[in-house]
Ligand binder design. Structure first.
Ligand SMILES: [Fe+2]
Length: 446
């Protein structure tokens, strides 16, 4: 945990108040290392900012700046957060809506080297779709997008290439789930599935859900979403001119790469574990969790017995399952164009969390997991022993919220829940033993 000082500023919501506050800090030579906005849920009159103060700033300089800020008309409140401060984190599902306006880049603002940069029609389309995410609130149905013929044509090209590879290259869970998505969510070469349909399906099987996002979220916000079984998903498709390339996540990546495995309960639990570990984590620990996410959820490979009973590597990471070229490279073990070969290492969170990765080339190293179940155990152990968070959390699946376990009362309540689950487990076991050899028919129709 970094020992640092931050100022929590509540400013009146009018033009120039942030600039005026920053001017006060600048006049008093209070250098900053980070500025972050924190939305205020119930008021449009004020807004909050947290600024991290450089460690070289003296207490005297800081005190002077705080006094000046407190005397100003526009600064309603100044709080000094000192010592081991814990970053803000969402406590309940609806807190996730705070992220929606805090994307690092808006989805419509394209870089000059983006394939759609000079295409005004494409840029308008991106802007239109980004608006859906900006106004979306959790628990609302995700507005559907009527995809144009050209968008469906792009989808079809990639869909056909990738689905031909999945039986050989994708893990067995993926191949089990994919036909269910075809039956329930409209996955087909001629249709781009709607986020709402996929989200409903996932909620029904594992409680995971999709939430539209307009652009890139910060790593912390993105991982925090996973703690509540929320996956932030884009809703636009890449530019048609280069169907096998996209500089940022798009629908193909989300729907073919990510969404299917959130229907697997072990994988869903594992993803949520990364998310829970990120709540209130230090910046240093967030970096470790990002790398673990990268080597598993994005570029994970696992070993599974093939149809012939021989163990082989299979892809489960979304970056592989949505990329025709890297899917083959990661499993065949060679790039046919360059002759480059990846290295395979057994998945070990303690090693992978410190391993810096490239983002613009195929991965030189893949971490191979034994199973999703084993990954869950490894992750649980890693989060409880290798991260520096000074408190424990518990996810409450009934209220879709997290409790900080910081009092005896909360621990006693938790003990009661665990006891009741153990009693139920014993009861079920007894019934199975008593009824061995008997079969029951459960009436599905009322
Ligand atoms: Fe991704």
């Amino acid at each position: 945990m970094v020992n640092h000082r931050s100022l929590f500023l509540t400013l009146s919501h009018s033009v120039g108040t942030l600039k005026s506050s920053l001017d006060v800090l600048s006049r008093n030579k209070v250098n900053l290392t980070k500025i972050e906005s924190k939305p205020v849920r119930h008021s449009k009159e004020v807004f909050n900012f947290v600024v991290d103060v450089d460690e070289d700033v003296s207490n005297e300089q800081l005190d002077k700046a705080i006094t000046e800020l407190k005397q100003s008309k526009y600064c309603n409140e100044v709080k000094l957060l000192g010592g081991k401060s814990i970053p803000w984190f969402p406590r309940k599902l609806s807190d996730i809506d705070y992220f929606s306006s805090e994307t690092l880049e808006a989805g419509a603002e394209l870089e000059s080297d983006h394939p759609g940069f000079t295409d005004s029609e494409y840029r308008n389309r991106r802007k239109h779709i980004a608006e859906i995410a900006k106004t979306y609130k959790i628990n609302e149905p995700i507005p559907k997008v009527a995809y144009a013929k050209s968008e469906i044509d792009t989808w079809r090209i990639i869909y056909n290439e990738l689905t031909a590879l999945y039986p050989t290259y994708a893990c067995e869970q993926y191949n089990y789930i994919f036909p269910l998505l075809m039956q329930n969510c409209g996955y087909s070469e001629n249709n781009i599935p709607q986020l709402e349909d996929v989200s409903q399906f996932l909620q029904g099987v594992t409680g995971f859900r999709l939430r539209p996002v307009s652009g890139l979220l910060s790593a912390r916000d993105f991982l925090n979403g996973l703690a509540f079984r929320v996956f932030h998903s884009t809703q636009y498709i890449r530019h048609h001119s280069v169907p096998f390339y996209t500089p940022e996540p798009d629908l193909v990546h989300e729907l073919l790469g990510h969404a299917p495995l959130f229907a697997d309960s072990d994988f869903a639990d594992f993803s949520q574990q990364i998310g829970l570990a990120s709540l209130g984590a230090s910046d240093e620990d967030i970096e470790k969790l990002v790398r673990l996410y990268w080597y598993t959820v994005e570029f994970g490979v696992c070993v599974q017995n093939d149809k012939d009973g021989i163990p082989r590597n299979k892809a489960y990471g979304a970056g592989l399952l949505s990329s025709f070229g890297e899917l083959k490279y990661s499993i065949d073990g060679i790039d046919v164009k360059t002759g480059n070969k990846p290295e395979y290492r057994p998945f070990d969170p303690e090693v992978a969390c410190n391993h810096v990765y490239p983002i613009t080339t195929y991965q030189p190293v893949y971490y191979v997991a034994n199973s999703f179940d084993a990954m869950k155990d490894q992750m649980r152990k890693f989060a409880s022993t290798k991260l520096n968070r000074p408190f424990a959390l518990r996810y409450n699946p009934f209220t879709l919220s997290v409790d900080v376990l910081d009092s005896e009362d909360k621990l006693l309540t938790l003990t009661g829940t665990i006891q009741s689950n153990i009693d139920n487990l014993k009861y079920a076991l007894e019934k199975i033993r008593q009824n061995k050899g008997l079969s029951f028919e459960y009436n599905e129709n009322k």
